[in-house]
Design a protein around this ligand. Sequence first.
Ligand code: SAH
Length: 415
Amino acid sequence: MPSLDPLTAVPPPAERRLALRVTPAAQRALRQGHPWLFDQAITAQSGEGRPGDLAVIFDAHRRFLAIGLYDPTSPLRVRVLHHGAPTAIDRSWLSGKLAGAIAWRSTLPENGTTGYRLVHGENDGLPGLVIDRYASTLVAKIYSLAWIPRLGELRAALDDVFPAACLVLRLSRDLLRRPEYLYGLEDGTVLAGPPPEGPVSFLENGLRFEADVLRGQKTGFFLDQRDNRARVERLSAGQEVLNVFAYSGGFSLYAARGGAPEVVSLDSSAPALAAAERNFALNLDLPAVAAAHHTSLAADAFLALADLRRGGRTFDLLIVDPPAFAKRQGEVSAALNAYERLTALALGVLRPGGTLVMASCSSRVPAAAFFDAVNAAAQRAGRPLRESERTGHPIDHPVLFPEGAYLKCLFARAP
Ligand code: SAH
């Protein structure tokens, strides 16, 4: 029996376009190419809209400023698709945008990488939409209900430029609270092709990994850390390594391939650590990985680091890559506090002369504030850091506007 298309119940995008007037400050931001318009910046609106309607934004002289996707359920009311001059937003426009984003990443597969980000939301001109590639599986994750009525068009446009064996839909948590706009779609609905029978395997810099694209965190893997993992590999020969917040063992595998004889993966999630074990098993044909002794530690990182210290356990290289501590502006100072505590705890188990790799993926925490917090905590611990590198985004996670910069990572040695 042919399976029913999961998009059958989703209404097509509305023909009508909303017309919006906005504050002078918002006009300036839009003229400079900013992709967001918040509800408070709207001064007049032609009618009520539904998620996914196209909204045309005009300036004080009724001139076209931008066109974007309207979402009445979010304070981020319009995500801009196009600035400057009127244009049709349709399948061929979408295909063009997708083709541009794909071309930007064309060097990655040549270097043994088949798992990477194809579309990075606003930073690729497709706000609220992320598309990750895992070999022949594509995972589209949407962060706005406005994409729901356009999923059919998106699927067709993807088929034009990057036909995949399988297309999986992932929904951000906020969207799951509004089932009335989901038309039966769920987090993990397969939009095209046969459903994956288990985790999907792919390559990253020649290492084999599996991703649970249906249920895993993000779209199944933290693709943004690829370059930092490669840096860790180059630092790992002969080092005893502790990978804190290890998830499925990305950094751990690179450390092992780089010649670390001992690698410990620490995470509070037992399923993530089981995935790390499987990822090690997938790479046993590599002599360095086979030679490395890998262990998993399922525990809270803060408690486990204190326990390890009490037990006198030490390491040469520590990677600390926690989840986003600040999702809102009000959480920034608590996040900086947590980074300081983690730095002190990490130094508690780092041997003299050892290497500390500290990452932050909180977009609300500015890079300078993060680096300052880590350095200040190290100073207080009496171990001022000697920095070797501060890194940002890899090529497949470009940054097109200030809010798009979220990833920062410090490589340093501690006396
Ligand atoms: N470094 C990983 C990504 C880390 S994502 C990579 O390269 O793939 C953050 C991880 O922290 C998740 O796996 C989550 O399970 C874990 N985590 C969240 N809170 C934690 C805590 N308090 N203690 C330990 N792990 C935690």
